[in-house]
Design a protein around this ligand. Structure first.
Ligand code: PLP
Length: 398
């Protein structure tokens, strides 16, 4: 371990080889840059991997989620139950549909939707009146009483939510279940793969994800009608049989281009290797940090039969000044990131719905103590050593 030199370690890096470079170059030797055989092959690879009937490639994970919300029948003024401890996209797509995100707090260990609270909220929102009121935002609900249509849960940091319990709840109240598995490609819940645990699942392929296409996303579902609808919406609302200038629905341009699809297909061929490398890096971190005072390493629930490491987020003990830790780590060339800043406290959410600090205390506590360390499948053991050593010195010096 060198202490005299400063290593410059990126927050995250894609894991790319000549296989990916050649796959993209090959597309450029053809005239087919959109809606060709690469996206079909990329979608087929997802169907095979997940054992699911339909996979629909789109140009971001956010676009994938947006189409799922529309396929779930969510309309203006409806309510969708979701989590404030996530990347903002999972809430924003509800707003895009003109609906109202209704938050419930999260489990303090996993950071995933708190089941007891979700059950109570669904019951109360269905009952209406005063019981429903306590779950709704202070303002910005519109004039009409909403109707609960769906639950949108997130597999946070690559760890599946409790999907069997969510399924039971959704069935009991006739709700659609949307799985934001954008952080969880390869994860398993009780031996079943993340992404196919709700009615519709989504993946995202930004460069920090388990596989990347630059920008891109994927929807997966077994629902034939919903799949046909989402395929049409992805392509400017063109239903099967429509010509290029016929549009059955109000659609979007959410198409994934062929270069990105070729990159994604090559990454899918290496998926197991990519997941294993991330597991190895997480294991190096765990080994070094589990003995460090003031640091909590990631918790893995018994229902998580395989964690898919998207990020490596530690929790600092209460009372440790996270800002100061981050500033001191930066001096060592170690970038870190607070993870996540709660969605309900983002300025536009506070302004529109009147949220305040204290509304979702577990989310806020995790948000205040969570620190993502540099993480990717291409990190070396020496780099992990360097980060852990720097963290140890910083914590000691406080
Ligand atoms: C990455 C991610 C998305 C999708 O993000 P895009 O940048 O639109 O691909 C959605 N939800 C969560 C929780 C994510 O981490």
């Amino acid at each position: 371990m060198k202490t005299t030199t400063t290593l410059h370690i990126p927050m995250s890096s894609p894991d790319l080889t000549n296989l990916e470079r050649e796959a993209v170059a090959q597309v450029l030797r053809t005239p087919h840059l959109s809606m060709g055989d690469q996206i079909e092959a990329f979608e087929a690879a997802f169907c095979r991997y997940l054992g699911v009937k339909h996979a629909i490639g789109v140009n971001s994970g956010t676009a994938a989620l947006h189409l799922c919300v529309l396929a779930a029948g969510v309309e203006a003024g409806d309510w969708v139950l979701t989590t404030p401890f996530s990347f903002v996209a999972s809430t924003n797509v509800i707003l895009y549909a003109g609906a109202i995100p209704v938050f419930v707090d999260v489990d303090p260990q996993t950071g995933n939707l708190d089941l007891q609270q979700a059950m109570q909220a669904v019951h109360d929102l269905t009952t209406g009146g005063k019981a429903a009121q306590r779950w709704l935002p202070r303002r910005g609900q519109g004039q009409h009483r909403g109707q609960l249509k769906a639950i949108l849960a997130v597999d946070v940091f690559g760890q599946p939510a409790d999907w069997d319990a969510l399924r039971e709840l959704a069935d009991q109240y006739h709700l659609k279940l949307i799985e934001d598995s954008c952080e969880a490609l390869g994860a398993e819940y009780k031996g079943r793969k993340a992404g196919v645990l709700g009615d519709y699942g989504t993946f995202g392929f930004y460069p920090n994800k388990q596989i990347t296409t630059g920008e891109g996303g994927m929807i997966v579902t077994d629902d034939d009608a919903a799949a046909a609808f989402m395929r049409a919406l992805r392509n400017q609302g063109r239903a099967p049989g429509d010509t290029w200038l016929q549009h059955t629905y109000l659609g979007y341009n959410y198409r994934l281009d062929e270069l990105s699809a070729a990159l994604g297909l090559a990454q899918m061929q290496r998926l197991e290797e990519l997941l294993r490398r991330r597991e190895q890096v997480a294991a190096w971190y765990n080994q070094r940090l589990k003995v460090l005072d003031g640091v909590e390493i990631p918790y893995i629930a018994p229902t998580t039969t395989r964690m898919s490491w998207f990020v490596y987020v530690i929790r600092l003990a209460a009372g440790i000044d996270r800002g100061q830790v981050a500033a001191r780590l930066a001096e060592f060339g170690v970038p870190v990131r607070p993870y996540f800043l709660p969605i309900h406290l983002q300025p536009y959410m506070q302004e529109r719905f009147g949220y305040r600090r204290g509304d979702y205390p577990v989310t806020e506590d995790l948000g205040e103590r969570g620190l993502a360390l540099p993480f990717s499948g291409v990190m070396s053991e020496e780099q992990v050593d360097y980060v852990c050593h720097a963290l140890q010195m910083v914590l000691k010096s406080l």
